[in-house]
Design a protein around this ligand. Sequence first.
Ligand code: ADP
Ligand code: ADP
Ligand code: ZN
Length: 214
Amino acid sequence: MMGIILLGPPGAGKGTQAKKLTEEFGIPQISTGDMLRAAVKSGTELGLTAKSFMDAGGLVPDEVVIGIVKERLALADCGKGFILDGFPRTIPQAQALDRAAAELGKEIGFVLSLEVDPVELMERLCGRRTCTGCGAMYHVKFNVPKAEGRCDKCGAPLVQRDDDKEETIRKRLDNYNRSTAPLLDYYKGTGKIRTVMASGDIDAIYRSIVGILR
Ligand code: ADP
Ligand code: ADP
Ligand code: ZN
């Protein structure tokens, strides 16, 4: 299997679907959001730089994210393939990815464009809960854990992300439209884009993704 890019606005279900793909195909999920949050949590220099941008609902500077993705792609577990979740998010990031992939001898096989109605995105993000132990995603209405506030998989507490507040969400959605949506044009013509209607049942969406990849 090759590299897969999951493209879509905040709340489209990139993380949810990436985790399922990782479990079934054994290829790593490369989530720049998760990596940046881990850096913030451990208080590294990278984390300190990233935090102010993330809290404000802005994008972390290209050179910072490009650096961490290049390092990550070079690790051995990306040999069989990888799932990029939340990267690239700008044209310069996409260009850097093309260069890095060429240098490392890796190929992007598919760019999956996850499409969801904007009203639904807001509802999804306001109700999102994340596991502090394993990173699994839940939703207070759409993907309810068996025991309230606890992860089904590892039992750790669930939390709401700092940036999942209505005002910050609005900024992130604006950023998506301004900086990330143009990537659809960037990848047009590569023959790699597939549109995934990403509303409705999580497992049904997953099956349509697997259908595309096979
Ligand atoms: P979501 O799942 O809601 O789309 P992410 O977890 O992917 O959000 O990202 C959270 C935040 O981390 C973003 O709002 C942004 O500040 C930062 N971030 C993540 N990936 C990138 C990226 N590729 N480029 C710039 N900033 C990023
Ligand atoms: P992204 O990584 O694209 O920001 P997530 O995978 O974190 O998106 O999903 C955002 C929120 O929406 C989470 O609370 C998740 O449980 C929920 N969610 C994901 N897919 C669906 C779906 N198909 N229908 C309803 N809610 C969903
Ligand atoms: Zn968990």
